[in-house]
Design a protein around this ligand. Structure first.
Ligand code: SAM
Length: 390
């Protein structure tokens, strides 16, 4: 029987991830005991977890705990810098695969190591991950190890047949990029690509793969992204409106980052959608206190809205390890390289004790104290600020 829940033990109890619907909850030690010994979930989360008789969990334990999560929730594996598109705003300058990058065997072994250390989700991304030879086998491998498998994709290569293969190999969620309605999307991503992506969404839905649309908002496409969000809301498709960061090719699109005022405008324009249904969300675009509270009290501060270093790791095609892709794209030094890691559990624990995060977190606080800035929890904004951004 396939695993359907990934349990990672924590200093406070455990993090549970339902491997079918991607829902994550924190439980206390005594609640964990009920789950593992009696197959009983706490009442308030039972509806989003499997039925008792179907429970088959994977559990990762640790010898000792630091005052943080025991491991990252998600690893973003950037399989390649190669891409079939050349989007105008691409933070990674994607388009051409570089030589001497991690190969299939390297990624395969890395997935095994991350699974042993307690990773719960792997997001294959890039570049365009679907051009990586062997991606289906990597997905299957991750899925069999009790990991929630997702992909970040422009989806233009997803035919009916590809969608079926993705499903067969364990893909649970596709995070699909759409940067506006047809004309605007094609202007940014190339002629004909909107239609291909819309068709792909349909094929993925037919296979029962969960869809989340990622939409990067810039001043140049602001109203169009609002229209797209309204359209997706009507179609009951989740959309996450992402902040634009001026890096990679995106550095050519000057003055395109939204100001505090712009975000107020977008929030107002989407007020009805935000209030009526859960489909439209985004950086700085949400109901005010949403997502700020964990289900149980955690013994450490949860940085909501930013996973860098606390809940996520990013691995670039050459094996460099970063807190986040936005920091990587802005030239932030890698934390390490996969070739140097002997024990991922030890690496993570040591990472929580370094002051790298502390420095960034202090800078974040200073940034938020500047008059007139868009308040943020995003550490990459800090880096941008230190680099002389507005
Ligand atoms: C780099 S792409 C890689 C995956 C895939 N090729 C795609 O297009 O979705 C991952 C996500 O980053 C977004 N992105 C690209 N450049 C960005 C930028 N300058 N600022 C913010 N997000 C950006 C893309 O729109 C996409 O949603």
């Amino acid at each position: 029987m396939e695993y359907n829940v990934n349990i990672r033990k924590e200093i406070f109890g455990a993090t549970l991830l339902n491997l079918n619907n991607g829902k994550r909850v924190y439980v206390t030690e005594s609640e964990l005991e009920s789950v593992t010994q009696e197959k009983i979930f706490p009442d308030d989360v039972a509806s989003i977890m499997p039925q008792s008789e179907e429970l088959n969990y994977k559990l990762t334990d640790y010898d000792d705990y630091s005052n943080s999560f025991s491991f990252a929730d998600i690893a973003f594996l950037e399989l390649t810098r190669g891409c079939n598109l050349k989007c105008k705003h691409c933070l990674n300058n994607s388009g051409i695969s570089e030589k001497n990058q991690i190969n299939f065997e390297g990624w395969y072994s890395l997935i095994t190591q991350l699974a042993d250390a307690g990773i719960q989700e792997i997001r294959f991304t890039g570049g365009e991950p679907l051009i990586f030879d062997g991606i289906y086998d990597l997905m299957k491998h991750a899925s069999e190890l009790g990991i929630f498998v997702s992909i970040g994709t422009n989806a233009t290569l997803i035919t009916k047949e590809v969608a079926r293969k993705l499903k067969e190999n364990g893909l649970k969620r596709a995070v699909v990029s759409l940067d506006g309605t047809e004309e605007m999307h094609n202007e940014i991503r190339g002629e004909g690509n909107y239609k291909k992506t819309i068709d792909a969404i349909k094929y993925l839905q037919e296979e029962g793969i969960s869809i989340k649309v990622n939409s990067v908002i810039m001043r140049s496409n602001m109203d169009d992204v609002i229209n797209l969000a309204k359209q997706l809301n009507r179609e009951k498709i989740s959309v996450f409106i992402r902040r634009f960061i001026e890096s990679g090719r995106g550095a050519n699109l000057k003055e395109n980052m939204l100001s505090k005022k712009d975000y107020e405008y977008v929030n107002e324009a989407l007020r009805e959608e935000l209030e009526s249904a859960p489909y439209v969300r985004g950086h700085y675009i949400r109901l005010t206190d949403e997502g700020k509270h964990a289900r149980i009290e955690l013994p450490f501060a949860l940085r909501s809205g930013c996973k860098a270093g606390q809940r996520a790791l990013v691995i670039t095609p050459n094996g460099d390890i970063h807190f986040c892709g936005f920091l990587a794209a802005q030239g932030f030094e890698p934390i390490s390289n996969v070739s140097k890691i002997e024990d991922w559990k030890v690496f993570w624990k040591d990472l929580q004790q370094t002051d790298k995060l502390e420095v960034l977190e202090n800078n974040l606080e200073n940034y938020n104290n500047q008059p007139g800035v868009q308040p943020t929890n995003c550490l990459a904004y800090v880096q941008r600020y230190l680099n002389g951004g507005k």
